[in-house]
Design a protein around this ligand. Sequence first.
Ligand code: NAP
Length: 293
Amino acid sequence: MAHIINGIAVSQDIKNELRAQIDVLKEQSINVCLATVLVGDDAASHSYVKSKIKNCEELGIISRHFGLLQETSQTDLLQLIDSLNSDKSVNGILVQLPLPSHINEDTVINAINADKDVDGFTPASTGRLLIGQEGFVPCTPAGIIELLKRNNINTIGAEVVVVGRSNIVGKPVANLLLRKGQGADATVTICHSRSKNIKEHTLRADILIAAIGKAKFITADMVKEDAVVIDVGVNRIGIAPSGKAILAGDVDYVEVTKKASYITPVPGGVGPMTIAMLMKNTVKAAQIQAGLI
Ligand code: NAP
């Protein structure tokens, strides 16, 4: 039976470490501040932003929230980002995605100052990651790396197969694991919806990362004995009598647990790490802007 990787516990450890760093910054009169921008009424986006604000409050990070109407123009949104870019009291800027269809997401993300890009989505941050330079790493991939590290899972020379090639999970986690001489050094394969014979690839994986968005896509017959399985997927598969959504990952958890050496559950695996890494990026932004690192 697989060891269950506890993302809640690891994220708490990270938040405790951050609390200490935030206190040190406060002693130097530096109050860490994250600006969150949410356009429209999407219920899931509202709940994600609420949770990010709650985490800020718990850690002593100031959060400044900008809730904009669905019909907000791209020009107005860009003006807000411009003002946050030049506001010295704001360390990090988070624009919650998706944006309404009349707004070009790439244009908006590109407008965020790379020094405040705590989501790590700007082309500048993406480029830095690709060539192994220091910068902001997208939170979910950064969280996956922390989960591997803190569970002493070796990636050097390991066969890693990532299923999914999105800009926010698949591609950045693959690039992080490919990095030379920074403790990663894996051999990485990326699969996607046009890949042939995915099972042939996944069966080679010492570490299998599923970021697809399809419930229970990865079945036990696709997993090598004793593989490490990281399940990024969050799929709503029903509603409980309490009204709460029933979630499933991209991995058939019950069956794969019998075969893997380590596995992340959904919920309670990768999810809590994403917010912890957002908090970490925000503290890092404050430290960089204060010339401390
Ligand atoms: P996405 O942008 O929709 O990308 C999904 C990827 O899966 C694409 O690359 C797609 O291939 C690939 N794919 C889809 N069907 C496939 C198939 N049949 N075979 C092989 N590959 C297939 O999704 P995402 O944003 O990366 O998110 C993936 C999952 O992770 C979602 O469930 C999302 O909710 C979850 N997520 C969780 C967190 C967290 O904090 N826990 C954070 C982010 C995302 P193509 O490129 O060819 O279309």
